[in-house]
Design a protein around this ligand. Structure first.
Ligand code: ADP
Ligand code: MG
Ligand code: MG
Length: 252
């Protein structure tokens, strides 16, 4: 059962402090939702956790199973079991989806533990079927010409192939219609187990009707300012963020 701890995390982008002392612990089997207004640093959190070079960690600690994540390069973090589904997945012309996933999976499994090619393709086909992804997608170039919904489903496919220990989903719901949203949520619910913890970042409560969080955290101005259960998300949906800003004395 993984244990992921973020302690007093401070992150700057181009010299400007965006995350200002963020604390969060995610254990295996738990789904944590992070909600918050636009521009509050949610994507910054996701990128910093994966080690994106634009995001400078100026203070704090991040541990996965007692190991210091911040000391690791991005590929080492992936190997340790961190996974990020991005808000804007990039297109990689010239690399097929299947090849990209095989390389990512082999990197995750480590030298000597690679999946045999046939077994890989069989697993990939099974998972694609479950996620309602047309088998031809395996041979298309990564994300090139994919619709928004297809890109998001593809991120979930990568997640289910890689079997991460901590999965971070950054606005996986943005731009999805309700059918695509349900497919993505089903994918998450299928992968869910004690062996994986989820950090689900979203601006809207709607996603949380389908991926039911154990904890909901509100992020404002680079910190978690309030935590609760799924009811907190419903309250935010009904009342917006302004009442909370007023309650907490936050001006933006
Ligand atoms: P959210 O995901 O909550 O909408 P972001 O993390 O994307 O918020 O952005 C938080 C702040 O950091 C914003 O003011 C944004 O302009 C700034 N920021 C984030 N990433 C970058 C970047 N790569 N370059 C410059 N500014 C950035
Ligand atoms: Mg945003
Ligand atoms: Mg964002």
């Amino acid at each position: 059962k993984p244990v992921f701890k973020i302690e007093d995390l401070h992150v700057s982008v181009e010299g400007k402090e965006i995350l200002k002392g963020l604390n969060l612990q995610i254990n295996g089997g738990e789904i944590h939702a992070v909600m918050g207004p636009n521009g509050t640093g949610k994507s910054t959190l996701a990128s910093a956790l994966m080690g994106h070079p634009h995001y400078e960690v100026t203070a704090g600690r991040v541990e996965l199973d007692g190991e210091d994540i911040l000391e690791m390069a991005t590929d080492e973090r992936a190997r340790a079991g961190l996974f990020l589904a991005m808000q804007y997945p990039s297109e990689v012309p010239g690399v097929s989806n299947a090849n990209f996933m095989r390389q990512a999976l082999n990197a995750r499994l480590g030298e000597g533990n690679e999946l045999p090619v046939l077994k890989f393709h069989r697993t990939l086909q099974e998972k694609m079927k479950k996620l309602n992804i047309d088998p031809v997608f395996a041979e298309r170039y990564l994300n090139e010409g994919f619709s928004g919904g297809e890109k998001k489903r593809n991120e979930i496919l990568q997640m289910s192939m890689l079997e991460p220990r901590i999965a971070i989903l950054d606005e996986i719901d943005s731009g999805l219609d309700i059918d695509a949203l349900k497919i993505v949520a089903n994918g998450v619910n299928e992968v869910k187990s004690d062996k994986i913890g989820f950090l689900v970042i979203t601006h809207y409560q709607r996603l949380l009707n389908y991926i039911v969080p154990d904890y909901v955290h509100v992020m404002m101005q680079g910190r978690i300012v309030k935590s609760g259960d799924a009811k907190l998300a419903e309250e935010l949906e009904a009342k917006g963020y302004d009442w909370l800003k007023a309650e907490l004395g936050i001006e933006e």
